[in-house]
Design a protein around this ligand. Structure first.
Ligand code: ADP
Ligand code: NI
Length: 222
């Protein structure tokens, strides 16, 4: 299969796999990340084929979707081999997917320009208006509160702590989203992240102003 046929097949495959996802990894997320990955790859001179394929497949190994990350990675490898992806492409794509997740602190730095591009594309989709929406959908699905001033944002976390029960949607801004701007790997992503970061700050300001109305009502003396 040639490159564009593999990408086309990957799109169909991932769309089918993630059709009913409600964890923030639905097909529209993948489509945005793939589009951003292409755009960043072109701007940075990275291999567009590897970036787009990795972006399309990146969430199939997520621990919220696959039985385990290893099982997800085996499935991705199997798919790529079955569809005749070149060996180097398969290796590059799997290496990117295995190292790119945030999970509490943002582990090892990405080893290749292509990895940097795909990680940036995924992180950009956690920012801006879409990032706000994804945060509240995730928090809702987990039964988290919108906000609780008595719960302090958590500092650096292990992957288990990052995934563990407590936390609020607003704290997620402080625990992850607001840190992403300074962690973008590429210049092209830094520029986009700056705009989306500014939007998050405006959003939090407005949220605080509206929240304060209830706090004032709640506070003694009456
Ligand atoms: P990543 O793979 O980058 O770690 P996740 O899979 O953790 O991203 O998150 C998917 C989406 O859900 C992102 O928009 C992320 O910001 C959001 N999210 C992740 N964890 C939380 C949380 N504890 N509270 C609210 N939103 C979250
Ligand atoms: Ni993703």
């Amino acid at each position: 299969m040639n490159r564009s046929a593999i990408v086309e097949e990957a799109r169909r495959y991932v769309r089918r796999e993630l059709e009913s996802d409600r964890t923030g990894h639905d097909w529209p997320h993948i489509a945005r990340v793939a589009a951003l990955a292409r755009q960043l790859a072109q701007a940075e001179g990275a291999d567009v084929f590897v970036c787009e394929l990795a972006a399309l497949l990146h969430d199939l190994a997520d621990d919220k979707i696959a039985a385990s990350e290893e099982a997800g990675q085996r499935q991705i490898r199997g798919w790529l081999e079955e569809h005749g992806a070149p060996k180097e492409t398969t290796a590059a794509v799997l290496a990117i997917i295995a190292t790119m997740s945030f999970k509490g602190g943002g582990g090892a730095p990405m080893a290749t320009l292509e990895g940097m591009v795909v990680q940036d594309a995924d992180r950009l989709d956690a920012l801006g208006a879409i990032g706000v929406a994804r945060t509240f959908v995730y928090a809702g699905a987990r039964g988290h509160k919108l906000h609780d001033p008595a719960v302090a944002p958590r500092g650096a976390m292990t992957p288990a702590e990052y995934r563990s029960g407590d936390g609020t949607a607003i704290n997620h801004f402080h625990e992850k989203l607001l840190k992403l701007k300074d962690r973008m790997n590429t210049k092209a992503a830094q520029a986009l992240a700056a705009e989306r970061h500014a939007f998050l700050l405006r959003y939090l300001e407005q949220f605080a102003a509206e929240w304060a109305v209830g706090e004032a009502y709640d506070a003694p003396p009456r």
